[in-house]
Design a protein around this ligand. Sequence first.
Ligand code: ADP
Ligand code: MG
Length: 568
Amino acid sequence: MAKKQFKAESKRLLDLMINSIYTHREIFLRELISNASDAIDKLYYRSLTEGITGLSRDDFAISLSVDKDARVLTVSDNGCGMTKEELEQNLGTIAKSGSLAFKKEQEDPEKAGDIDIIGQFGVGFYSAFMVADCVKVISRAYGSDEAWCWESLGADGYTIEPCEKEGHGTDIIMTVKKSTEEENYDEFLEPYRLRQIVKKYSDYIRYPIRMPVEKTRPKEGVEPKEGEAPEYETYTEVETLNSMVPLWKKNKSEITAEEYNKFYKEKFFDYEDPARVIHSSTEGTATYNALLFIPARAPYNFYTRDYEKGLQLYASGVMIMDKCPDLLPDCFSFVRGLVDSQDLSLNISREMLQHDRQLKIIEGRLEKKIKSELLAMLNSDREKYEAFWKNFGLQLKYGVYAEYGAKKDLLQDLLLFHSSSENKLVTLSEYVGRMREEQKYIYYACGETVERIDHLPQIELLKDKGYEVLYLTDDIDEFALTMLHDFDGKEFRSAANSELNLESDEEKEAAKKQTEENKDLLALMKEALDGKVEDVRLSQRLKSHAVCLSSEGALSLEMEKVLNAMPN
Ligand code: ADP
Ligand code: MG
C-alpha cells in the first residue's frame, strides 16, 4: 500500500502543533473526548432530523481503556464514524474541521439546540501525538459496512487501509510514548490519572465516559478468622467518570442548597459552605450561565500577591481555563465560580481566549449581579453581611480607591463603618438618613481602634452637638472617603480638620476677640513649638481636653502617617 505524504507545510505545522500549541500535555484527552462527543452529537442530530430508528440516546457512550503492558490507550465512541474519504479529509488535512462544516450546514436551530458541537479548528486531534508515538484510528461510518484504519507515526505521513470493526463509531488507539528521564508518560496509562483528567476538563460532556477500573473487595463466602484480616480479591468494574449534567444548566428551582454547597466545596476545595450562591443565566448579546460563590472566609493568602483571582471558564461544557482573570473586577476578586458560554472566540489551543468584547460584556454583567446580591444580603441578613464584611470589606474599600475611583459608584452602597452613635457598623445611607437638619457634612475621625477614636478630643464638640461620627480604623479608609468625595451630595469632613464650621456667628465673633486678646501668648507657644506645628490657635471645639491637633489641606494627619509609612 502506498504511503501518502503530508505536504511540506503540513509537516511543519504538525510539528508546531505537537510541540508548541499546548502548554499542558494532558489536554490531548480533552480533545479526543470532545471529538467523540461531537461525533455522537452528529449522529444523534441525524437520528432526530432523518428519523433514523433504532438509535437511542441512552446507548451513546464514550469509553476509555488501557493496556498497560502494551502501553496502549484507546478512546472509543459509537458516534457517526468516518468513511475513507472523511478520514482523509479530516485527519489528513491539518486545520480541516469536519465539525465546523457540520455546524455550518445545520440550519434547523430548533433541533440544533439540542446538540452542542465543540470542534471548530481542526487541530485538536493531532494533540494525540504529544503523548503517543503511533496513533491508529479505526472508524466505521454509520450506515456503512466498511471500516477503515488510518495510521500515522506523526510527521512522516499516514496510511489508510480497510479493516474490521463491529458497529459504527471510532476507536482512537494510541501507543503511549516511553518515559525518559526528563519526561514521564506513564501517567497516561494510569486509570486514576485518566479519571482525574476527565474530571478536570470533560466532566460535563453530555454522554457517559466509561472506563473499566480495577477494584478490590473482601472475598465473598470466605469468613475472616477472628483477629485476621479478610481475604481480598480484585475485580473490574466499569465506572462512569463524568457527572454529565452541569449543575449550572439545571433549573434553579430543582437545585437544593446542599447540592450547591457540595458542588462548591468539591470544586473549589473549601471545607466551609459558601456564604452566598449566585446562579444566573443570560441570553442576548452574551449568552452564558454563571455559577458564583462568595466564600464564608477569606483564603489565607487573600490579601497577598500570591492570591490569584479568576473564574473557571467553560465553552460548551468543556473547561477552557481554570482562572480567567478577565471575568472578575479586582474589587470582587474574592468571588469563586465559573462561567459557561458558547459564544466565546477561543484561540486555537482553546487554552486562551482572544480578548474580546464578549468577555467585557460578561464581566460587566457579573459585576452588576454580584453587587446586587451583596446589597440583597446587606438588606436581608445583616449579620451575615457583617461577617462577609469582616472578611472582604477591606477589598471593597481598596476597590473604591483603586483605578482612580472608577468603581466608587458601584461600591459606595456596600461600605460599612463604625460610628459614634451606635455600637455597630453603619452604611453611609444610614448615616445620611439620620443626619441632623442643619448638619452639612458627614464627619469622620481616624485612629487605631474604635476605643481610641472615641476618646479623641477632636470629636467632643461634634458628639456634643449630636452629630454622628464615622470611626475609621483601617489605613485605607480615609483614602477611600477622599476618593468618594461625597455621599448623596454630603461631603465628608474629618473631625481633625481645622475648618469644622460648627460655630454660630456670635461664637465666631467671640473667638476672634479672644484670639486678639491672647495674641502674645499664642505667638510665644508657636515659637516654643517651632518647626513642629504650623500654627497655634484658640479652639472652640474642646470640652474636657486642653489641646488637640488639627490639619488643613487635602492630606490629613492620618493620611500623612500612612504615606510616610509606605516604602518608597
Ligand atoms: P475539530 O474537532 O476542531 O474539528 P480535530 O482535529 O479535533 O478538529 O478533528 C478534526 C475532524 O476530524 C473533526 O472535525 C471531525 O470531523 C473528525 N473527527 C475527529 N475525531 C472524530 C471521531 N471520533 N469521530 C468522527 N469524526 C471525528
Ligand atoms: Mg476536536
